[in-house]
Design a binder for this molecule. Sequence first.
Ligand SMILES: Cc1cc2nc3c(=O)[nH]c(=O)nc-3n(C[C@H](O)[C@H](O)[C@H](O)COP(=O)(O)O)c2cc1C
Length: 381
Amino acid sequence: MRFNRREFMQCALAAGVSMGAGSMLGACAGVRRLDLPQQPEALRANPALDESRREILYHAALAPSGHNSQPWRVRIESTDEWIVEADPERRLQAVDPDNRELMLSLGAFAENLSLAAGAVGYDAKIQVVAKEYFDRDVIRVSLRTDHPNPYPLGRITRRMTARPGYRSDEIRAADIEALRAAADGRLFYFPKSSPHADRIRDGVVECSRIQSLRDAAQRELVSWLRLSDRDALEHRDGLTAEGMDIQGFKGWIVRHFIEPENFMKTTFRQKGIDQTARLAAQGGGWLVITSSGRTVADLIEAGRLFERMALLTRERGIGLHPTTQILEEKHGIDLFASHHGSRVIPQFVIRVGYLDKYPEPVSLRRPVEWFAPYQQFTHMS
Ligand SMILES: Cc1cc2nc3c(=O)[nH]c(=O)nc-3n(C[C@H](O)[C@H](O)[C@H](O)COP(=O)(O)O)c2cc1C
């Protein structure tokens, strides 16, 4: 591990002083999305993708995904016919054994893709072709030049999962109405003061505890940690120190001296549980997004609705934090079933709250050519 004494001194100093610390904290920062070029020069550009089509895929891939696993691959069948595949190498077997969350993430990817296509002058027809949760081919995309639908791309580039610093005031009715409309009415808000919110908070904390103590789940989390700058640059996915809000001097220490394997230790697991409890106590309540059924198409639709809603939150100063453990562990699944029966199908449980200072996105993404590599067209239209 490379130890840079000057960088260390700057970081340590910035952590210890208040005046002028901001400028020095830059020296402590880890790899952040905005520091990286969209397309590393060494990569051979995919000749099937002109600039507009590359832009569409670049924005699609800014979608959120569990552990930032980015479980998508794109097969370019012809210039305007693409297949979005589920990447089996990027499954989260321990926490998402059925691929439910993987499909939600592909739904968010499809939504960004469709909106970005509109922004650069195309209409993208999105057709779910998968029938089973484990099908490889999930979505067929057909690009056409009719009916473009302009959309501000800045909403996509600046959307992020924000975690600390939520205010405790409840979300205004007008904001909830706007988010609910974007989610086609499938969004429910439980204000902080409601008994429901207390039950969700307690469920989230308990499920986080259960999951942290489940070795397979913790081991899977460890496999997606990209703590050193080197790992972050090599993979451009997963959870970086910056992405987990470990910044400044603390971030510097973690990036240089902590191995992902340390997260298997009891002390680290306990820190994670404590952090979840602290965060769960912050904010103005909880959002739940439901689906109308359990088919693959229903999951893709739920992912699209989540993303459409999430894209509106920054301009309203609202932070969103999916807290999925409650839908992954039996304790949480039973909790929802006991209060709502089987007719209500929750797909996202999200902590929500106003932020005084909205951070800029830091989570990394793989360049387009990594997930849409050049192949000879498999079919010509
Ligand atoms: C299906 C799904 C489940 C997620 N679950 C969690 C979660 O349980 N806890 C969490 O902190 N973030 C969760 N996230 C957020 C991801 O960690 C986040 O999207 C990813 O790290 C990329 O960061 P970004 O959203 O800022 O671009 C989830 C996202 C999705 C789409």
